[in-house]
Design a protein around this ligand. Structure first.
Ligand code: 6PG
Length: 242
C-alpha cells in the first residue's frame, strides 16, 4: 500500500484540490462518453468540499456525467440534521445542476437491514463490478480521530472483509445505526481519496501514514484502491506530525 500526500495550506485549498480532481475525472469520463461514479462520505470535511462545489463549480464540472452514491448514511430521515444526504443536498444537490437521476441516496429512514440489501442490489444494477464487488471511480472518505472511515469503526473490523457490499453498522458511542459500504467495496475502487483537515487529525494521520504498529487497529489503515494506493488530501495542520 502506498500513500500519496497532497498537502495544502488550509482546508479551503484542500477542498479546491479535491474539487479540481473531480473536475478532471468528470471531463475525462465525458470525453470517453462514460459516467463518473463517485461515492461520497459525510462529515464536516466533505461538507466543506460540497459547499465549494455548490458555490464555485457549477460551470466547471459536466454534472450530467457525475453520478453520486453514498459511502455511508446515518439511519435517520433525510431531513434530519444528522443525515449525510441532507448535508450534501443543502450544500450542493439542491442547486439543480446535478440531475436527480444521478443521485442514488441511501434511505436512512428505512429499516436498516432492508436498506442495506436494497442498496447492495442498486449497486449491482448501477455500477460496474469486479471480483464480486462494485467498482467506483472515486470514493471520497473522511477519517475519524478514532481511525474509523465510512461507518466502519474500530470495534467492527469484520466489516472490512464482509462478503456483502453494503452492511449495517452501529456507532460505538451513540449506538446510532448506519448503512455503510464495506471494506471490500471500498478497496475495489479505482481511486481512494481521504480528506482530512485540522490539527485534531494530525495524530491519527501520523499513525496511519507512518504505518505505526498501532495503526493495525484502525479501519482507515486497511483501505486502498485497486492499485494499492491511497490519496490523502490534507492541510498543513493535519500534516503537522508527519
Ligand atoms: C460520517 C462519515 C464519517 C466521516 C468522518 C470524518 O457519516 O460521519 O462518513 O466517516 O467522514 O467521521 O468526519 P469529519 O470530516 O467531520 O471529521
Amino acid at each position: 500500500m502506498s500513500y500519496k500526500l497532497h498537502i495544502e495550506a488550509d482546508a479551503v485549498n484542500v477542498a479546491h484540490a479535491v474539487a479540481d480532481l473531480i473536475k478532471e475525472k468528470a471531463i475525462e469520463k465525458r470525453e470517453e462518453g462514460k459516467k463518473l461514479n463517485i461515492a461520497i462520505s459525510g462529515g464536516s470535511t466533505p461538507k466543506q468540499l460540497f459547499t465549494l462545489l455548490g458555490n464555485e463549480y457549477e460551470r466547471e464540472i459536466p454534472w450530467k456525467t457525475v453520478r453520486f452514491f453514498w459511502v455511508d448514511e446515518r439511519c435517520v430521515e433525510p431531513t434530519d440534521p444528522e443525515s449525510n444526504f441532507g448535508m450534501t443536498y443543502d450544500a450542493l444537490l439542491q442547486r439543480t445542476f446535478v440531475p436527480n437521476k444521478n443521485i442514488f441516496r441511501m434511505k436512512g429512514e428505512d429499516i436498516p437491514e432492508n436498506e442495506a440489501e436494497r442498496y447492495q442490489q442498486l449497486l449491482w444494477n448501477e455500477v460496474p463490478a469486479k471480483h464480486g464487488f462494485p467498482v467506483f471511480d472515486i470514493i471520497l472518505l473522511g477519517i475519524g480521530e478514532d481511525g474509523h472511515t465510512a461507518s466502519i469503526f474500530p470495534n467492527q473490523m469484520t466489516l472490512l472483509d464482509s462478503e456483502f457490499s453494503v452492511a449495517v453498522a452501529v456507532h460505538p458511542v451513540s449506538s446510532q445505526k448506519r448503512i455503510t459500504l464495506t471494506g471490500n467495496t471500498i478497496k475495489n475502487a479505482h481511486r481512494i481519496v481521504f480528506l482530512a483537515t485540522g490539527a485534531a487529525k494530525a495524530d491519527i494521520l501520523r499513525k496511519i501514514i507512518h504505518k505505526e504498529t498501532e495503526a493495525a487497529k484502525y479501519p482507515a489503515a486497511h483501505v486502498y484502491d485497486q492499485e494499492g494506493n491511497v490519496d490523502f488530501y490534507i492541510d498543513k495542520a493535519a500534516s503537522s506530525k508527519l
